[in-house]
Design a protein around this ligand. Sequence first.
Ligand code: ASP
Length: 330
Amino acid sequence: MQYNNEKKKILIVMTGGTIAMKDTPNSGIVPTTDFVDFLHSFPQLNSVANVEMIEFSNVPSPYMTPQKMLELAQMIDLKIVDYDGAVVTHGTDTLEESAYLCDLVLTTRKPVIFTAAMRSGSDLGLDGPRNIIGAVRVASSHESMDKGVMVVMNDEIHTARDVSKADTGKVDAFVSRGYGPLGYVDPDRIVYHRQTLYRESVWTDKIEQNIDLIKASAGIDGRYIRCSMQHGVKAIVIEAFGRGNLPRDIIPDIKAAIEQGILVVITSRTQTGRVLPEYGYDGGGKNLQDCGALLAGDMKGIKIRLKLMALFGKYQNADTVRRFFLQSIE
Ligand code: ASP
């Protein structure tokens, strides 16, 4: 198939992950150094774009930290000046977090596309090469400008904001639940079929890492909140039940945290939908809001935590963060 795009100059930034790993007889699937050679010897790649490569790291993505994600974004912002777009190869496990933090802090309008592989280099039916070609083609498309950071997996294009890894092993593990992909990588062209309406930036060169995420489960009490308070956190994100509800016994600890100046932000442990101040019983969403907790709309816990890290890094002060946070929640 001949591709329609004129050849663009695309930078591939490698961070590691299964896409750069192989299965070994005694040590399981581990990072290799052959990935760069593999990319160099991958003829289709240079037929779709003029590609150059740079290694940021070669780590499994559970080793990524918010600070490393920020450094990755800073590297991309500096380097992309000399390219038409960038593709980031990453492990799937924390890809949605790296992509989202980059989406918040990157200042470039050029396409930055994250991709990965669900199967290692020694697996049958490996998906990495196809995903990389797809990502490079999306990065080369003029329609990809100004769309924020996107994720290309399994011939689908997702926003960094909405995508999540929803399966531990399947090649179609990445989904945008509730919204669907932005578009597709088809053999003849890149097809966008919807717009990104919710995008925001927090242009910061620092992040605040001391922000915790707590997931509610039946019978949860305040011990995790007390632990977070003892560690001097700036904010606590709670993935509450349903519309944003919690048991009543946790309320005294939430109130104590808020009185100490800690931002308490409520999201839902459900996969889609917004949290709302609907229920007025002790621990219900309305009651939590009345106690001073913030409700986080449709955003999920791991991404709200990163957004607070960026907001605290930029503004430092809890009250300013609260005001910026509230104006950005839909
Ligand atoms: N554990 C691996 C990682 O995230 C999985 C992957 O790359 O897909 O690095």
